[in-house]
Design a protein. Sequence first.
Length: 277
Amino acid sequence: MKKPCILCVAITGSLPTKADNPAVPISLQEQIESTQSAFEAGATIAHCHVRNDDESPSSDPEKFLRLMEGIKKTCPDMIIQFSTGGRSGAGKERGGMLSLMPDMASLTVGSNNFPNRVYENPPDLVDWLADEMKSYGIKPEIEAFDLSHIHHAALMHKQGKLIGNLYVQFVFGVKNAMPADKDVFNYYVKTVERLLPGTEWCAAGIGANQIIVNEWCIARGGHTRTGLEDNIKLDRYTLAPSNAELVKRVVEICDKYERPVASTQEARQILNLNLVL
């Protein structure tokens, strides 16, 4: 049997609004219900942001706690991954929810350009976030927006700032950052295999790149991410009706390549997370 494919759903992010697509879940209840539908469709990781009532991003630990409790209740054993991304806060505020001890959290180990600003990840903040994750037993998902981020993650692993088997996610298609380029994708995979043997990897594509990158990952034996955070459309003219529908089309690609969709237990085993008995 081919290796099971782990599907991550990025349920809301910090940017999409209901004006962009009415299906974008904003309230905690909407997010919990959307995550449950995506979970039932095959997603095993929930990548979580939280929002304020005006749809702006938040880093409020209380909101993260309530979201985590809701997902645990409705999606048994699902892997919960908090975002420490820079759109939701500044400085150490970005890691203020890590004491809640989710299964995973995102960790971007370097800076890069975003559409209208620089996504700043200074070394002292990166080291602090990594140390917090290590202290609370949280598995980082290394967010690689650039080749240098893979190299720096390997250095941090060598230095003991990151421990255990890593999980690296490549991000393609953010405006002013790395485009979705197949040759670059293949080189990223080769670089991870060379610098971090045995490391599991996945990738996310932004906008129309989402489904393209999904297929690259599945065909190459990696894992992948979908969801309304990254893409609000099924095609150029059709809004995605839900996170679950985006998950379902990735499941179809898994079927095409005869990759079984990982169960929560399989995903936890692949990622060396605590198994829920």
